[in-house]
Design a protein around this ligand. Structure first.
Ligand code: HEC
Ligand code: HEC
Length: 575
């Protein structure tokens, strides 16, 4: 008997551990745990187990190897590597379009079907509209995470990808379109893009492609054979893409896009694309919007998405799958690509797990009052740690007196749930319920099984690790709360509406006391008068309710005074 076990173990080893092939299965198993020491507590009569390790170096590589892999991954973050993707823009034809005079046949035609497009005078006009950010130009503009030098791509915005085919080019979007941000002039990869418009781009693309017969494109645009192929492929792919407008600027409907796109396909295990199926799918009328997550939390997690409904599988694998279903990919081709390009998936995985949060003190030097933050720490440990983990600070180390101000602020150690938890604190339920409308369609796919992705709808959301929380306003998965101060205020007293603004100016666009958006009367006029930036929590899917019981005492009264809230915020700024 022992001998058989030994053989099985060996087989397992050769399948999982040789060279650059598949990831070790244990990394992504549904029972995976964080490394390090483990401690369990009883909090509110429930056992909670924390580990003090993290998975920043997800493949446990030696230093040099890790560095090389991250350098490679940094390129794929910015330049989307999946070359079997079918929704691409024909570059040369688009350039001709921009250069054509306002009265050309092409412009007149485009004007008829998508007026908005005619306003664009260059690629960069489109990319600005899309909410993408420029590459950093100076050392000061570089955030904590490596932004690779992308050569010619640097002339565009971060998130713009290019594919070459015999010197002919087509374009698409990468992870950075939704997962990079401009924080007071500093470019941070892995931070949520505050105002992404990727979903609107799909809506616009669908409108143009649907209403432009191939022969018209050929006549009015006069494309090269390469560009004609790109157009035809995109036109076919988009008919299997289900699009949806986000509820408000700042949220994203990628999840609905995946569900709606799958619903257009056949129900077999490769979701074959025959003829787009007509359907009245619930995701057409029920919202499930959420914001792109930050990446630096991944190292503390074992399950993925805001509700931890992806209970297994490499999250980057899953992302490629989801991104591509939402772009009308042929799943046979994608499956082959994922197997053949495992090195690329690993490089991107190593990168995202290795990302770090921007630090408050780098933006507002010497502004954190450590004595006040220590008072906040006590309140945090008494009220928040059971869900959000423990952040041991350097200021509590025995040798703290020898440390500089900056060193004292650093986390010494983070204890977070050994296995990612989902907890229902009564926040808006639409996003998490959204999963149930397409979990079966996803789990059925052969490719989901190949990469080990399993979706299990959940009854709450993950209390996220609070690292870099200061930079993550507005708060909650649906952006429904404008500042940390309001997160710490019970829902019946929370502000119901707010106005969003780009994080350009530290003084004007950020309330340093409440940590979040300034109150509406202080918002710059351009944003105040544009209804796109107005957030109304009364809308279905945008509720700001929940996360309140922990803020109340046994009489149902508010637990924290104004001063105590500011102390907790002072502590949170150091995380
Ligand atoms: C169109 C916008 C968009 C693009 C492009 C995009 N993402 Fe995301 N991403 C999201 C959204 C939205 C979520 C959060 C969904 C949720 O949990 O509700 C997310 C979540 C994630 C998560 C899960 C984080 C966690 O804490 O569990 C990872 C990892 C991730 N994205 C990686 C990537 C990678 C890698 C790429 C490129 C291959 C990518 N994303 C491209 C929008 C996007
Ligand atoms: C019972 C568990 C629980 C307790 C206790 C708790 N939280 Fe939370 N917290 C959550 C959950 C779950 C979410 C995610 C809600 C969502 O996104 O819909 C959350 C979200 C947050 C967020 C927003 C995170 C983001 O990325 O937008 C902050 C900030 C926060 N909590 C701070 C605190 C503080 C400070 C305390 C203590 C006063 C606390 N929480 C106590 C469960 C808890």
């Amino acid at each position: 008997m022992k001998k058989y076990i030994f053989i099985i173990l060996c087989l397992n080893y050769t399948f999982n551990a040789h060279g650059n092939s598949a990831d070790p299965a244990s990394l992504w198993d549904k029972n995976a745990q964080l490394p390090g020491q483990k401690q369990c507590y009883i909090i509110h009569e429930k056992e909670v187990c924390f580990s003090d390790g993290n998975r920043k170096n997800i493949y446990s590589l030696p230093k040099e190897e890790l560095k090389n892999l991250i350098h490679e991954g940094a390129k794929y973050v910015l330049n989307y590597p999946v070359n079997v993707t079918r929704l691409r823009l024909p570059k040369e034809t688009m350039e001709n379009f921009f250069q054509s005079d306002t009265n050309s046949a092409l412009r007149r035609f485009i004007f008829k079907i998508a007026k908005k497009l005619t306003n664009f005078k260059s690629f960069n006009d489109i990319f600005s509209w899309l909410g993408l950010h420029h590459y950093p130009k100076t050392a000061q503009e570089r955030g904590p995470n490596l932004i690779a030098d992308m050569g010619e791509l640097n002339q565009y915005h971060m998130g713009v990808s290019e594919f070459s085919n015999h010197h002919q080019k087509s374009m698409s979007f990468s992870c950075a379109a939704c997962h990079s941000s401009n924080l007071f002039g500093v470019k941070v990869l892995g931070l949520t893009n505050r105002f992404p418009k990727a979903n609107e781009a799909f809506i616009l693309g669908k409108k143009v492609l649907k209403n432009t017969p191939t022969f018209i494109f050929k006549t009015v645009a006069n494309p090269s054979p390469h560009d004609l192929d790109v157009f035809k492929e995109a036109k076919e792919a988009i008919s299997f893409v289900g699009v949806k407008k986000p509820l408000v600027l700042g949220l994203d409907t990628s999840l609905a896009q995946v569900g709606l796109s799958l619903a257009l396909r056949e129900k077999d295990e490769y979701a074959t694309m025959k003829y787009p199926k007509r359907n009245r799918h619930p995701l057409h009328y029920i919202p499930a919007d959420s914001k792109p997550a930050v990446w630096w939390n991944l190292k503390y997690k074992t399950k993925w998405l805001s509700d931890a409904s992806i209970i297994s599988g490499n999250p980057v694998h899953t992302n490629f799958l989801w991104n591509e279903i939402g772009r009308g990919v042929d799943l046979y081709e994608l499956e082959d690509w994922l197997i053949d390009n495992h090195q690329k998936v690993q490089a991107l995985t190593a990168y995202v797990f290795h990302t770090e949060a921007p630090r408050y003190n780098d933006f507002f030097p010497q502004k954190i009052d450590i004595t006040k933050a220590k008072r906040g720490e006590k309140l945090f440990l008494n009220n928040c740690k059971g869900c959000h983990g423990i952040y041991e600070k350097n200021w509590s180390r025995p040798d703290a007196t020898e440390l500089s101000y900056e060193q004292k602020l650093e986390n010494h150690k983070v204890w977070y749930h050994s296995q990612t938890k989902t907890i229902n604190v009564g926040t808006d339920s639409h996003r998490r319920k959204g999963m149930k409308y397409f979990a079966d369609d996803l789990n059925r796919l052969k490719i989901s099984q190949t990469i080990g992705t399993v979706v299990t709808p959940q009854r709450g959301y993950t209390p996220p690790p609070l690292i870099g929380i200061w930079a993550r306003w507005p708060y909650f998965h649906n952006n429904s709360v404008p500042s940390l101060y309001e997160v710490l205020t019970p829902d019946f007293k929370r502000v119901k509406t707010y106005i969003a603004v780009d994080a350009h100016d530290k003084e004007k666009d950020f309330d340093q006391i409440k940590n979040g958006y300034p109150s509406p009367n202080k918002i710059r006029k351009k944003y105040r008068t544009d209804k796109d930036y107005f957030f109304n929590s009364a809308k279905k899917g945008l509720s700001n309710k929940g996360h309140t019981s922990m803020l109340l005492d046994e009489h149902g009264e508010e637990k924290f005074s104004h001063q105590e809230k500011l102390e907790i915020i002072e502590f949170l700024k150091t995380l």
